[in-house]
Design a protein around this ligand. Structure first.
Ligand SMILES: *Cc1c(COP(=O)(O)O)cnc(C)c1O
Length: 395
């Protein structure tokens, strides 16, 4: 018989009931060090005092009003994102998929508004993950996400990751833009080379295409910059943000330059919940912390320590691990044998450490941005034991 909760997830035998800082507590009475962070969502850990405070205050003031009215918290959050990024305007939504989907709509609208409605196709790269809406799975183009959901939304072309010739070759008079994650998350923690980022910008400019960065996972301080693309010095025309932006409260945002945003006239797009007072209170509280002087420096410091410890871990367990991937606090451990990433995640749960599998046989570590060296040491200790357990099973 089917469970009341639709069986779309293969869930671990673990129920979590409470969180505090970088730890979560299971109904089994055990404490877990949370390097999964709700898949890069709990950017400031669990129940961060200033987020709790902001949420409580707003809960007693005003939860929701329609976007038919001005929402001061939304104006404030938009102004802050504009002041701290390439963007000139922001639209708030509730999830990563929505933020990306809106980006696709904006690409079409921009070209239509500029007299080229025939330009609607979007180029994505292999291994991409852009969310689960019909357009997003068409862009991601992964069999495990598209099977049974055909026909796929028209207008998406995929090229090999890192192959600029193929990207150029895929451009036609119908191409509207390019979408890419500056650090591929689900695809296996694969950072895009800065030179490749620059070349994509040049290609986009040469052919009049819009460049969109999906920073749903890599954004909001995760890589040590507010957004990961800043490492390359290349700016997009459109950016999708979500996951860490609300620190656990559903907040998504689509950011754009003025030339793109100008096409989104009144009535062209909307969201009932997007940017409501409750979401904006928490979102602004996240920005208070992430934009504070020195916060990102701290992220970079702890990330360097984690990276060094992970590299040592790989050298101690090179029978099952082949390398470290990632930037800042979006890290991956590449496993040697197919499926060992999943085994390692399970072995870590047994040790008391939460992590997330990713594609390309990678085990992903996306801890809260507030971890300390002690948390890293604790995680590495549990990873050592987990690696021994997995190696023992394999040997
Ligand atoms: C998680 C993710 C999404 C989808 O976000 P949802 O909030 O699940 O809709 C899109 N793109 C990237 C890069 C992601 O990591």
């Amino acid at each position: 018989m089917i469970t009341p909760v639709m069986p779309t997830y293969a869930r671990y035998e673990l129920s979590l009931e409470r969180g505090e800082g970088v730890y979560v507590y299971g109904t089994d009475g055990r404490r877990y060090l949370d390097f999964a962070a709700g898949i890069a969502v709990d950017s400031l850990g669990h129940c961060h005092p200033s987020l709790v405070d902001a949420l409580k205050k707003q809960a007693e003031t005003l939860w929701h009003v329609s976007n038919l009215y001005n929402i001061p918290g939304q104006e404030r959050m938009a102004e802050r994102l504009v002041a701290n990024t390439f963007a000139d305007a922001v639209f708030f939504n509730n999830s990563g998929g929505e933020a990306v989907e809106m980006g696709f709509k904006m690409m079409r609208k921009y070209h239509a508004a500029n007299g080229q409605p025939e330009r609607f196709r979007v180029i994505s790269v292999e291994g991409a993950f852009h969310g689960r809406s019909l357009a997003c799975i068409a862009a991601g183009n992964q069999e495990k996400h598209t099977a049974g959901f055909g026909p796929l939304v028209d207008g998406f072309d995929q090229v090999a990751f890192g192959n600029l010739n193929e990207m150029r070759g895929a451009i036609t008079r119908e191409t509207a833009g390019i979408v890419i994650e500056p650090v591929q998350g689900e695809g296996g923690i694969r950072p895009v080379d800065p030179d490749y980022m620059k070349a994509m910008r040049e290609i986009a400019d040469e052919f009049g295409l819009l460049l969109m960065f999906d920073e749903v996972q890599s954004g909001v301080g995760r890589t040590g910059k507010l957004y990961a693309h800043e490492h390359s010095g290349v700016a997009p025309d459109i950016l999708a943000s979500a996951k860490g932006l609300g620190g656990g409260f559903p907040v998504g945002a689509t950011l754009a330059t003025e030339k793109v945003a100008a096409a989104m006239t009144a009535g062209s797009h909307g969201s009932t919940f997007g940017g409501n007072p409750l979401a904006m209170a928490v979102g602004n509280a996240v920005l208070d912390v992430v934009l504070a002087d020195g916060f990102l420096d701290q992220v970079n410091e702890i990330a360097a320590y984690l990276d060094a410890q992970m590299n040592d871990l790989v050298s101690r367990h090179d029978g099952i691990l082949s390398g470290v991937r990632g930037v800042g606090l979006i890290k991956g451990l590449k496993c040697r044998k197919e499926g060992q990433n999943g085994d390692l995640v399970k072995a870590c749960i047994a040790e008391g450490l939460l992590s997330v599998p990713a594609g390309d046989n990678v085990m992903r570590l996306v801890p809260p941005l507030i971890i300390t060296n002690e948390h890293v040491d604790e995680a590495i200790g549990m990873l050592d034991s987990a690696c021994l357990a997995v190696a023992g099973k394999a040997g």
